[in-house]
Design a binder for this molecule. Structure first.
Ligand code: RRO
Length: 307
């Protein structure tokens, strides 16, 4: 069985990655699974600054999913390079870094810091779509990925990272295709589809929002069809643009669905909260599914749902 795949210029031994922010800095999962056996480990988004994140509670289970308002907590790119990345590299994992910024300049600074990363960091996800960044006075702030021009500007600013950039986009737009086109034209080699869907839970006894920050981002099985649709639409409009699919990949079938919609690889996030071995299990399930259907190379499935 040939499980290998490519995302633009980067080849991976198999199509299963972790999703950014869902397994700490990645090495925590190493207690449960061989990280070098995954396609890649995608790290938590880091900015140029040390950032405290949002008030607790930050996560809550929902029907078929989870709502989070972590709020981009992180010690910053430099700390990540120095203190978190070495264990991941030591594990033999291939690493995809992730960066964010409040401004275009901060994206540029984060990318510059990343240029010092070792070769195990094979790509950089540029997170343009965190739902949990407040504006002045706690107001909702538009995401870069909600505007094609803003998204393109942030991507152009990150060229200094010196490795392929994947733009992580939001499903919280009327149409993700113009944003995907804009980031591609600005230099993104691939897009990661999708980040979480904005949501909220009200604690009815307390009569106020349950999460400390108010709203949050919905992930897990509940958003899988949203991810499939975004991947399908972008692959349909921009068939040459590589896509990494993410959203509710809880089993092999969900991964295969995203690949058939047009994703060259998939990321597993919320499923690891219930089962830290989920990425490995899902890879095994993909392999068995292909085996039982006579599919000799998993990459042959990419985009087949388009006929
Ligand atoms: O940290 C977060 O709150 C967070 C991020 Br950076 C993101 O991209 N998506 C999300 O649901 N939460």
């Amino acid at each position: 069985m040939d499980l290998s795949t490519r995302v633009g210029s980067v080849s991976f031994a198999n199509p299963v990655m972790t999703a950014s922010g869902t397994s700490g800095h990645g090495d925590e999962l190493g207690r449960y699974i061989e990280l070098s056996g995954l396609g890649a480990v995608v790290a938590k988004s880091q900015s140029v600054h040390d950032w405290p994140g949002n008030p607790a509670p930050r996560v809550h289970e929902t029907p078929s999913g989870m709502l989070n308002s972590v709020g981009l907590q992180g010690r910053g790119v430099s700390h990540w390079l120095r203190a978190e990345l070495p264990a991941l590299v030591e594990s033999g994992a291939r690493v995809v870094a992730s960066i964010w910024g409040r401004t275009v300049q901060e994206y540029a600074q984060a990318a510059e810091l990343l240029s010092a990363a070792p070769v195990a960091v094979v790509a950089v996800e540029v997170n343009l779509s965190c739902p949990n960044l407040a504006g002045p006075g706690g107001s909702r702030k538009a995401m870069f990925a909600q505007d094609p021009d803003a998204a393109a500007e942030a991507i152009r600013a990150t060229a200094a990272a010196g490795r392929p950039r994947w733009a992580k986009l939001t499903p919280n737009v009327a149409d993700v295709v113009p944003v995907a086109r804009a980031v591609r034209d600005a230099g993104a080699e691939a897009v990661t589809l999708v980040n979480t869907v904005t949501g909220m839970i009200i604690d009815i006894e307390e009569r106020r929002p349950l999460l400390g920050a108010g709203g949050g981002g919905l992930s897990g099985r509940a958003i899988h069809p949203v991810a499939v649709r975004a991947v399908y639409d972008v692959h349909s409009a921009l068939p040459e643009l590589p896509i990494v699919g993410v959203g509710g990949v809880a089993n092999g079938e969900a991964a295969i669905e995203l690949m058939m919609a047009g994703a060259s690889a998939v990321q597993v996030g919320t499923a690891t909260f219930a089962d830290p071995r989920a990425p490995r299990r899902i890879l095994n399930e993909i392999e068995s599914w292909c085996d039982s259907r006579g599919v000799g190379a998993v990459a042959d499935l990419v985009g087949v749902a388009h006929g």
